[in-house]
Design a protein. Structure first.
Length: 473
């Protein structure tokens, strides 16, 4: 019998995705470059459903029903190109190749265009939720053609996470749209984690609180509007005690945060699109700063204020509000970036639907996303999430606490780039006049770049080096 769908690349993610498919009743062809992994899957989990193992890629392709549906789950990069080439040579027009790895969306656009020439559907698909999500239900963000979504959508929705019965999988848009949205998801994840880390750091330094006490604070926060997977696991990580030393786990971990690159990609793309994703950028840079021990050692003797025991208990609620407000800003920026890319590449992404599919399965899953969905339901053309009445009300409530938190952090010398830059963005966006007027004036002075007037149409230039009279440009 022929398989309904196939998975090639059976490391952590591919293996669990194949099992998820089999558990949902699909006959799954399985293949891996190194055959031992395929054999291991059949040996350990063969009883979970119908697997059709293949040693050679040609046998794998031959075992698929037409039109063929093959999911690639290999390490992103040149390996993916190699596997796509091999698969495409074995396939026929109308067949579908799904790349479930973390590819860069520009690679996905290139691959999609090349395969489209050959009549093969290439479906770059963001999959979030890590190992557990792949097995129990991830959030799935497929790009590619509408025809491919018709053939793949029901299967992907079947194996995805569900929230209130709604699958966390929708067709994001053509070509690279799925991988783009997955990239921004990861960027937002960076920002969420940075804001959590700043909250922890500030409360620990200002109150002299222990990690175990702070675990309780996060647990409490998880009962309110901050309810989310990342806040929940923060409590678990903070209360963990190292068995070897008896110290808090967080104190025995080297304080250098690593990154695989999707946060950096998000910021690079935002720079190209001209979208200020300051929350994500600060999170990426904070990790980069942590990763320079030689500079940190060289700067360690620089002076700062006294650190500990200077805060009041009210600071806990203030920090909660600052975290929530900064989170709204970071998401607003991330959604702006998706909107800008959607326009640039003609994707027509439904922003509310993105909030919907991130509610379950993925790392940034949170109650909060329901609010974002409601905001776009109420106004699909919302210029910024900050202007949604519910978010505006939340920001108005939080802004005083947010300022106190940033002030306290500056006063005691605890770096809070996430909180501070989010507040600066908030203040920048709400200002009626920005000093950009002066910047533009300077540009006209040294480079004759011209300016527009507030009271008349047209571009103007002042003859700065001559009579300083204004002329139409
Ligand atoms: P890895 O990213 O560790 O990749 C290992 C797999 O790639 C193995 O099956 C390996 O085959 C195969 N492979 C490589 Br490497 N080069 C190959 C080549 N030239 N030809 C054929 N196969 C090749 O696996 P993973 O952690 O399961 O992740 C898979 C994808 O999913 C990645 O793109 C990752 O970014 C993405 N992703 C991962 C997570 C996560 O939480 N881990 C979450 C979301 C997305 P071999 O067995 O023969 O060496």
């Amino acid at each position: 019998d022929l398989a309904d769908i196939g998975v090639t690349g059976l490391a952590t993610m591919g293996r669990n995705l194949a099992r998820n498919l089999a558990r949902h009743g699909y006959a799954v062809a399985v293949h891996n470059r190194t055959t031992a992994r395929t054999q291991q899957l059949i040996k350990e989990f063969g009883g979970e459903g119908t697997f059709v193992p293949a040693e050679e890629l040609s046998a794998f392709v031959a075992s698929l029903k037409r039109p063929r549906r093959a999911i690639i789950m290999v390490k992103a990069g040149p390996g993916t190109d190699a596997v796509i080439d091999q698969l495409a040579d074995l396939m026929e027009p109308g067949d579908m190749i799904v790349d479930g790895g973390n590819a860069h969306f520009q690679d996905t656009r290139r691959r999609e265009a090349a395969l489209r020439e050959r009549g093969i559907h290439f479906v770059g698909t963001g999959i979030s939720g890590g190992e557990e999500g792949a097995l129990l239900g991830p959030s799935i963000m497929p790009g590619g053609s509408t025809e491919s979504w018709e053939a793949l959508g029901p299967i992907l929705q079947d194996i995805s996470a569900k929230v209130d019965g709604v699958p966390c999988a929708v067709h994001v848009g053509p070509d690279g749209a799925g991988h783009f949205v997955k990239m921004v998801h990861n960027g937002i994840e960076y920002s969420d984690m940075q804001l959590i880390a700043e909250s922890y750091d500030l409360l620990r330094q200002a109150l002299g609180a222990t990690p175990a006490e702070l675990a309780e604070v996060f647990r409490e926060w998880n009962r309110g509007e901050l309810d989310s997977y990342l806040i929940e696991i923060t409590a678990e990580v903070l209360e963990q005690v190292d068995a070897a030393t008896g110290k808090p786990f967080v104190d025995i971990v080297v304080d250098q945060a690593e990154q695989k690159g999707t946060g950096r990609w998000t910021v690079q793309s935002a720079l190209d699109l001209g979208v200020p994703v300051t929350g994500i950028a600060e999170a990426v840079f904070a990790r980069a700063l942590s990763g320079h021990p030689e500079q940190r050692a060289a700067a360690a003797s620089l002076e700062g204020p006294e650190l500990s025991g200077v805060g009041e208990r009210e600071l806990v609620e203030d920090v909660r509000q600052a975290l929530y407000a900064s989170k709204i800003v970071a998401y607003a920026q991330g959604f702006d970036q998706i909107a800008a890319a959607s326009k640039e590449y003609g994707w027509d992404v439904d922003l509310g639907a993105m909030a919907t599919i991130w509610r379950g399965g993925c790392i940034i899953r949170a109650k909060f996303l329901d609010r974002i969905r409601s905001a776009y339901d109420a106004d699909p053309h919302l210029p910024t999430l900050l202007a949604d009445p519910a978010f505006a009300a939340a920001l108005n409530t939080a802004q005083e606490a947010w300022r106190r938190v940033v002030t306290t952090a500056v006063r005691i010398g605890v770096p809070t780039p996430g909180f501070s830059s989010a507040l600066a963005y908030y203040d920048g966006l709400r200002r009626d006049r920005l000093p950009a007027a002066l910047v533009q004036g300077l540009r006209d002075y040294f480079g004759a770049h011209t300016y527009h007037r507030v009271d008349r149409e047209g571009a103007f230039h002042t003859d700065w080096s001559g009579d300083r009279a204004e002329r139409p440009a």
